[in-house]
Design a protein around this ligand. Structure first.
Ligand SMILES: [Zn+2]
Length: 306
């Protein structure tokens, strides 16, 4: 098959060339060279500093774990949804998803392109971003799925043929869009997994005591664009009519409706209620890959079946 990283390499070369142009850049370049030499094992690598010792404006060098490209960035520019790899455009969230998958499988931080291929490891993604889904599919028996198109998967209404088949499930910023009751989606995610399976998970969440469900009584519903105002009409289970107009969409109007704003405490309860043995809040930075979480909310989680 074609090399999915071939396109990224010229960017890397150009970046390295640019880094040689100025004294500041020379400094970065030297740090980059020093950093490149050792194997990436989480020790002694250039980005592997305590973020608390680095001011937000200080340049650091990191390597995108999705495409392998070296990048220069400041902590201030490393944010969850900002595209911060010059080659593939990955965000902190995309890099964290792949980092947590490889950390669970390889037991140590690993650039995704360098991860040993494991056809015996089965994974499934829920609308995963191509930036990491393509390489996950090249490395593992991994299938990315979609709500609206094939290969199709509706986590609220699961095909039993998928039960117990997967070593890992990736669901990044999906569960805030799933129709209520969301407990059903968590239970189904657990059902997808093998006895030692893991769920690599992210959603936007608050630190409030409980999740805020926008449409808890959703039953028979539809959305319409009425003179530029998106309106959700719902008939509840007991026949009452509801109308909502303050809809929040992710990715543009009409695309993906926000059903709720999770809370961290409620998420932990949902995982345990669904039969997961424990949940890890994966808020730790990993600066060698440009992964940094300055805030305690909306960070990734890993849920373990055992
Ligand atoms: Zn990249």
């Amino acid at each position: 098959m074609s090399d999915p990283f071939a396109a990224a390499r010229p960017f890397a070369e150009r970046l390295r060339h640019r880094l040689r142009q100025s004294s500041f850049a020379q400094h970065l370049h030297q740090r980059f060279r020093r950093w490149r030499a050792p194997a990436i094992d989480g020790s002694g690598t250039i980005g592997d500093v305590d973020p608390a010792t680095v001011t937000p404006g200080t340049a650091i060098v990191f390597r995108c774990n999705l495409c392998g490209t070296p990048n220069a960035a400041t902590l201030a520019t490393l944010s969850r949804e900002t595209r911060s790899c010059v080659a593939c455009g990955s965000t902190v969230r995309f890099r964290a998803m792949a980092h947590l998958v490889t950390l669970e499988i390889c037991g140590r931080p690993t650039l995704l392109p360098d991860a040993p291929a494991r056809e015996d490891i089965a994974g499934i993604g829920l609308s995963d971003a191509a930036e990491y889904a393509l390489t996950l599919a090249a490395k593992y028996a991994y299938e990315n799925t979609w709500f609206h198109s094939a290969p199709r998967l509706d986590i609220a209404n699961l095909d039993r043929a998928r039960f117990g088949r997967y070593d890992f499930v990736v669901a990044s910023d999906v569960f805030e869009h799933v129709v209520p009751p969301v407990a059903r989606a968590f239970a189904n995610a657990r059902r997808l997994l093998k006895a030692d399976g893991k769920m690599i998970f992210s959603v936007p969440f608050s630190l409030e005591p409980d999740t805020r469900e926008h449409y808890p009584e959703l039953h028979e519903w539809s959305m319409t664009d009425r003179a530029g105002v998106w309106t959700l009409s719902n008939r509840t289970m007991d026949g009452r009519q509801q109308t909502f107009t303050d809809l929040v969409f992710h990715g543009g109007p009409g695309s993906t409706l926000e059903m709720r704003v999770f809370s961290r405490a409620a998420l932990e309860r949902e995982f345990l209620r669904a039969g997961f043995a424990r949940v890890r809040i994966a808020a730790e930075p990993y600066l060698p890959f440009g992964i940094y979480w300055p805030e305690p909310w909306s960070v990734p989680m890993v849920a373990y079946v055992r």
